[in-house]
Ligand binder design. Structure first.
Ligand code: ZN
Length: 157
């Protein structure tokens, strides 16, 4: 059996940690937990492992929270639209390439050639309660039965 490298060991530690977490974790949180077992662990080691995990589409970076979570959608390596409950931290990934195509076109029309998309929607999940069915501007995707109170950056018109 091939001996795993230090980097690979770090990556599986992080995956294990994120798997057990019920919310996204910041790199600092991850470092703090891992340091309980390895007090001299360098932040750079954690950052490097996170970068690899993101590149391998195993972990998702949530820009607006400056945090990381396990990637849920396995059937695509393309960008996803993230819906985030501000109450409980629940995350939902939506694969909607047509929305991203529209956003690309919109950016191009304003003179920016996009290199990547970050679309994150904040709101309240149905478990947390008061999401308003009639709220304007919520994202509707075929597999999206949730309601967002505050939708931003997802209009394709
Ligand atoms: Zn919630």
């Amino acid at each position: 059996m091939r001996k795993s490298t230090k980097g690979e060991a770090m990556q599986s530690d992080i995956l294990y940690l994120l798997h057990g977490a019920d919310q996204a974790m910041s790199a600092y949180d991850i470092l703090a937990v891992l340091r309980k077992a390895a007090p001299r662990l360098a932040p750079m080691t954690v950052y490097r492992a996170l970068k690899t995990l993101c590149a391998n589409v195993q972990v998702l970076r949530i820009e607006s929270l400056n945090a990381y979570a396990l990637r849920q959608t396995e059937d695509t390596d393309g960008p996803v639209i993230l819906s985030i409950c501000d109450e409980c931290g629940a995350l939902r990934e939506t694969v909607a390439p047509e929305v991203l195509v529209s956003l690309t076109r919109m950016a191009q029309q304003s003179g920016i050639e996009p290199t990547h998309h970050v679309v994150e929607i904040h709101g309240q999940c149905s478990d947390c309660g008061t999401a308003d069915l009639n709220s304007r501007g919520h994202l509707t995707a075929p597999d999206e039965d949730r309601k967002q109170k505050h939708s931003r950056g997802t209009h394709d018109q």
